[in-house]
Design a protein around this ligand. Structure first.
Ligand SMILES: [Zn+2]
Length: 235
């Protein structure tokens, strides 16, 4: 079926998706529209905590090995300043200042992050996400897919990111993720990246350079081994 308008129904714009919809969400079916809003791209799936863990652990080891460097203090001061700006936006909103609701939602979410999550934890998630992308670039459908899933991983550590439903047996609980408007997620990603993005990218680059040097050293060694001459002197 052709994509776009077909009679009254629409077919989703995502290749291979034959789901019809009523056009309420534009050219995407509800599932792909939800992915777009939550994860930044119609075909981007969320990155789970388990999935990110090995990369976040690697990031934490890097941070631990460099714990006495003065850089972190500077970064965390910047993080504090970004948080102060978000506080100021919330104060303006409280005073009744006219404001785009996506700006308010972004500030509210950012305030929750800076109040509920240790900056070191935020930093290890961000470095972990960059390490993950360097390792598996195709896991992310676009820069926005990367940024939105990154924001989602950080927001997952705040109480306000989801509504919980407790199972009658008291053990299992299901969470309904509360997505931010697209414009708000973009703002939160921008705030986070302004403070921590540069250092995360620099660490990834350093690792890649190190890997290249190691590869070169291995090639040199293999070449030297191959240049060894031997004579067969078996009797
Ligand atoms: Zn679809």
């Amino acid at each position: 079926m052709p994509h776009g308008r077909t009679g009254k129904a629409f077919t989703c714009l995502v290749p291979g998706c034959e789901t019809h919809n009523d056009g309420r969400f534009g050219v995407l079916c509800s599932k792909h529209r939800q992915n777009r809003v939550r994860n930044g791209h119609p075909e981007q799936s969320a990155v789970t905590e388990t999935e990110l863990r090995p990369y976040e652990d690697h990031a934490r080891r890097i941070l631990e090995a460099n714990r006495y460097k003065p850089l972190w203090e500077t970064l965390f001061r910047r993080w504090q300043l970004a948080g102060d700006k978000a506080d100021e936006v919330m104060a303006q909103w409280t005073r009744g200042q006219p404001m785009d609701k996506t700006v308010k939602a972004a500030a509210e979410s950012f305030v929750a992050i800076k109040e509920e999550v240790e900056p070191m934890k935020v930093l290890s998630i961000i470095i972990g996400m960059h390490l993950y992308r360097a390792q598996r670039p195709h896991r992310f459908k676009s820069d926005e897919g990367f940024n939105f899933t990154l924001v989602r991983r950080v927001r997952a550590l705040t109480k306000s990111h989801a509504v919980y439903y407790y199972h009658p047996n008291g053990k299992v609980r299901a969470a309904n993720y509360i997505a931010l408007p697209i414009a708000s997620t973009k703002r939160v990603a921008e705030w986070i990246n302004t403070v921590f993005g540069t250092i995360a990218l620099a660490i990834v680059q350093k690792l890649e350079e190190k890997k290249q040097k190691d590869d070169e050293a291995r090639r040199d060694f293999n070449r030297m081994v191959s240049e060894i001459t031997v004579e067969d002197e078996s009797p």
